[in-house]
Design a protein around this ligand. Structure first.
Ligand SMILES: Nc1ncnc2c1ncn2[C@@H]1O[C@H](COP(=O)(O)OP(=O)(O)OP(=O)(O)O)[C@@H](O)[C@H]1O
Ligand SMILES: O=C(O)c1ccc[n+]([C@@H]2O[C@H](COP(=O)([O-])O)[C@@H](O)[C@H]2O)c1
Length: 189
């Protein structure tokens, strides 16, 4: 059976923290592939200004280019409204009945899990894979399979802030993505 790690996120923009986690989880758990899954509207960021999904997908495509184990799954962009993971996992399981799914989350999301939509039902249909993140606890009342990943204290928020302030972002995300951001004047205001 194919074993796939779903890496759900906003990816606004994608960075080396995401790529590092995806690669480490892929190899640690002997998964077949990692599917990066950009959300339509992140459930807990509904009042925040998010870059259009068109640009987030283009940046993801550039970020995963050349890695045969990395794919982009756009299922959450097919429906409007907040992208609740419970709804998405049900749809994924219907569409890919021969795949065993794992859902990858960082420790900030582990802390937030009790507030997720239908979390009790969700935990019964998916195995969560958790990775540490500076400043957050990996402890949870829910079942989390922990994978040790070197901690890299980067976030999309930090990158957006630096870009706005005209500071360097080299080595925080792929050069191809930096180029795309500049060409499309993203995160300038
Ligand atoms: N540096 C990191 N270390 C551990 N987990 C991370 C890291 N960056 C992102 N993640 C995890 O990746 C997933 C997708 O994250 P997301 O796309 O929201 O990036 P982010 O850097 O957290 O963005 P933002 O700063 O805009 O909230 C989440 O589960 C998040 O916890
Ligand atoms: O389903 C929920 O209630 C829920 C609440 C918060 C986050 N999520 C999902 O968790 C993933 C990481 O979220 P984010 O906002 O850090 O990119 C992403 O796939 C979100 O859609 C899901």
């Amino acid at each position: 059976m194919k074993k796939v790690g779903i890496f759900g996120g906003t990816f606004d923009p994608p960075h080396f923290g995401h790529l590092l986690i995806a690669n480490e989880v892929l190899h640690s758990l002997n998964l077949t592939e990692i599917w990066f899954m950009p959300n339509q509207i992140p459930p807990h960021k509904q009042n925040e200004k998010i870059c259009d999904s068109y640009h987030r997908v283009n940046m993801l495509k550039l970020a995963v280019k050349g890695n045969e184990f990395f794919r982009i799954e756009t299922i959450e962009l097919e429906r409007p409204g907040p992208s609740y993971t419970y709804d998405t996992i049900r749809l994924l399981k219907q569409r890919y009945s021969q795949v065993e799914f794992y859902f990858i989350i960082g420790a900030d999301m582990i802390e937030y899990l009790p507030k997720w939509y239908k979390i009790e039902q969700l935990q019964n249909c998916i195995q969560f894979v958790g990775v540490k993140r500076t400043g957050y606890s990996i402890q949870s009342p829910f079942s989390i399979l922990e994978v040790n990943v070197p901690q890299f204290d980067v976030s999309s928020t930090m990158i957006r802030k630096r870009l706005k302030e005209g500071k360097t972002v080299h080595y925080l995300l792929p050069e191809s993505v930096i180029q795309y951001i500049k060409e499309n004047h993203l995160y300038e205001s």
